[in-house]
Design a protein around this ligand. Structure first.
Ligand code: IMP
Ligand code: MG
Length: 173
């Protein structure tokens, strides 16, 4: 598979985002909320680059649609268990694509009345946006290619690849 981003490039971007979060919330604590399962690897590396008092939680959603295309419908399958009221919440997501997932999660989490709410997305495919949502921290803006690795899957495979690779086209799905 063609490598789009190497593990070294990913590590640099994750460190840069960690420094930005550490600077923006200096002297405060943050709650990192990872979107399962894709953001797992990103969250675990990012957490180690944040020099603040940080706790984690996880949330999971399912979006209907075909394997490579998310549909309009987003459903919560696992909620956070940490009280988020008056906390500095950073939602950690693998990729911002159409924006439907993050639009849903932003509304859901903002209903908990956090003190601050920020979005960290390792990857951003701006050309695919359907819903108006942007991340506050972005690792890379990438073209409209389907990528796997470093947490990102295709039908649950390839999450464990250390680099981010372009999945070859297998026809329309
Ligand atoms: P959105 O709701 O369209 O923004 O989709 C976000 C979700 O779609 C991500 O959490 C991924 O699970 C999935 N996704 C979008 N693009 C890709 C990709 O290129 N590779 C793997 N998963 C993707
Ligand atoms: Mg995902």
């Amino acid at each position: 598979m063609e490598k789009l981003l190497t593990r070294e490039e990913i590590a640099e971007a994750v460190a840069r985002i960690g420094q930005a979060i550490s600077r923006d919330f200096a002297g405060q604590s943050v709650v990192l909320v990872g979107v399962l399962k894709g953001a797992c690897l990103f969250l675990s590396d990012l957490a180690r680059q944040i020099e603040l008092n940080a706790t984690f939680d996880f949330i999971a959603v399912r979006s209907y649609g075909t394997k490579k295309q998310s549909g309009g419908e987003v459903q919560l399958i696992k909620d956070v268990t940490t009280p988020l009221r008056d906390q500095n919440v950073v939602l950690v997501e693998d990729i911002l694509d159409t924006g439907l997932t993050l639009t849903f999660l932003r509304k859901h989490l903002q209903a908990h009345h956090p003190r601050a709410f920020k979005i960290a997305a390792l990857l951003d495919k701006p050309s695919r946006r359907v819903a108006p949502v942007e991340a506050d921290y972005v690792g890379f803006r990438i073209p409209d290619r389907f990528v796997v690795g470093y947490g990102l899957d295709h039908a649950e495979r390839f999450r464990n690849l250390p680099d981010i690779c372009v999945l070859e086209e297998e026809g329309q799905e």
